[in-house]
Write a protein that binds this ligand. Structure first.
Ligand SMILES: [Zn+2]
Length: 291
């Protein structure tokens, strides 16, 4: 055998090794921006072989308002194949990310979903919004990865059926409640409240981390008293210092409503976490509003 032949054989061996390696060891990498997208994508992907779902941000980060990409995030982004984003302005960094990772395929979970509350990206907090996003993710993944299109659509349909059952359960429990005035923190709940016809009479803290000043707090306390608001909802993700003040001053009961922006990372637990958290929200609402 000549040297040339040897080189050729070695090259073929290396090539076939490479293809075996890429087929078995390098899964299709679906990266999601934050927790609600992670949960939805996990359900759409299910146990599709050779496809991995990851979350760019830690499961305790919460909403991505004003989130800035770190150099570490950029490294993860360029390695991924598909990026599932909430869209609707939640990921302000999206343009920059796509510019620096030009081969990344974007799936925008909010595509075509009308924003009933302009500038408010918390679509998944209503169950109908979550259903729309799951369908969008399935459609987007099917386009980006046609080999598994059928699997994605089948998994999405099964998850959507669970979400629809949950929505029905929540309507059955909440539709008859007379007292529908609630007060919340952070702008996460308009879509949810519209779905179940709750009246948000006040939002204490518009952005996480910006506590209201003394005058705003006094105004809120005044309106809680005037409107006889019975339920004030904080979120597990944010410190509720001012909520405690309002509770103390007015006697309104402080409860926790979860917009499901944080949760366990373990896929086996994360997969059902939206359903679990929403059922907990239902219990909390029923208790807070029905007495
Ligand atoms: Zn938010």
């Amino acid at each position: 055998m000549t040297t040339k032949h040897l080189k050729h054989t070695a090259a073929i061996a290396a090539l076939s090794l490479l293809s075996v390696w890429s087929a078995s060891a390098k899964p299709l990498e679906i990266l999601t921006s934050f927790y609600p997208m992670y949960v939805s994508a996990l359900n759409v992907v299910g146990d599709t072989p050779g496809v991995a779902v990851a979350c760019l941000t830690e499961p305790f980060v919460g909403c991505l308002h004003d989130y800035q990409l770190t150099p570490g995030d950029m490294k993860i982004l360029v390695k991924a194949d598909i990026f599932v984003a909430n869209g609707a302005g939640m990921e302000a960094f999206l343009g920059k990310a796509l510019k620096q990772a030009p081969s990344l395929k974007l799936v925008d979970a909010s595509e075509g979903i009308p924003l009933a509350f302009e500038g408010n990206p918390h679509i998944w907090v209503s169950i109908s919004g979550a259903i729309g996003q799951v369908k969008n993710i399935a459609r987007g993944l099917a386009v980006a990865d046609p080999a598994h299109a059928e699997q994605y659509q089948k998994n999405a349909a099964a998850y959507v059926a669970k979400l629809e059952a949950l929505r029905g359960e929540m309507h059955a429990a909440l539709d008859g409640i007379k007292n529908r005035d609630i007060m919340t923190f952070h702008e996460a709940f308009p879509y949810f409240s519209r779905e179940f016809q709750l009246n948000i009479v006040g939002v204490v803290e518009r952005e996480p981390g910006s506590e209201p000043n003394a005058k705003e707090l006094a105004g809120t306390i005044e309106s809680v008293k005037k409107r006889n608001v019975r339920a004030l909802f904080a979120e597990p993700q944010y410190p509720a210092k001012s909520a405690r003040v309002i509770e103390r001053e007015t006697g309104v009961r402080l409860s926790i409503l979860d917009p499901v922006v944080t949760g366990p990372r373990d896929p086996a637990q994360a997969r059902d976490f939206y359903l679990v958290a929403m059922r907990k929200n239902l219990d909390v609402l029923r208790r807070a509003l029905s007495e």
